[in-house]
Design a protein around this ligand. Sequence first.
Ligand code: OOG
Ligand code: MG
Length: 261
Amino acid sequence: MTTTPRVDDALVQRLDDAVTGVREIRNAEATDVDAAYAVQEALVARRLDRGAVQVGWKLGFTSLAKMAQMGVSDVIVGRLTSDMLVPDGGSVDLPGLIHPRVEPEVAYRLARDVSPDEPVDDILSAVDAVAPALEIIDSRYQDFRFTLADVVADNTSAAGFVIGPWTSLRDAGELGGLPVSLVVDGEVVETGSTDAILGHPLKALPALAGMALRRGFRLRAGQVILAGAATAAVPLRPGSGVVGRVTGLGSVRIEVRGGAE
Ligand code: OOG
Ligand code: MG
């Protein structure tokens, strides 16, 4: 039997204040991952109370590049909300963020609800489209330093996401081994492969379904899933244009505004 951990309301408050006040906090040095997911849920509930809706899920630390960059080595799940969505070609305002970074990702779209009763591999039949994506992460902790439980509590550093053109999964062809790049002001700053994501990018889907089953998350029709970064993340610089590219799927772009341009 599972027990519901008591929510650490003080940590929820500190993290929410960090988001709304745009200031970093000392990391919590938390160790209890189950308790951290309870904090995450309560933290995101505050965004929902302010009018956002949950529009998807994100996986973190699905690639060795990210595990090595952050010193953490377990797959984690966070929640994506409507207030985090930046349109493709749109802009991100730096003054609203603490110390944001950007990373190239692959996104999927759920065409139907996923039932907790179905085998985890069945999630593949629930996905109808795939897209290149960018994720903006902005740890609320000083210097992006955290334990696994800390980053789970902080909704896995989620701050923004951008989805490029959707391709139907039927037309997309093989998704494994596609080159991924992050381009800042025309210069390629990070390169990787979709296989950096758990060995094959489609493996992110049963990984999410398994976590959802264990943690009671409901995966719904229309939700977006970020599979996790294929490369390390880079800081967002004022005045720059950032492009994420997945060969065969196309590209996605943002402009960075504000600060000392
Ligand atoms: C945590 C988020 C990790 C990914 O794609 O691996 C993540 C962080 O790096 O601050 O989003
Ligand atoms: Mg990510």
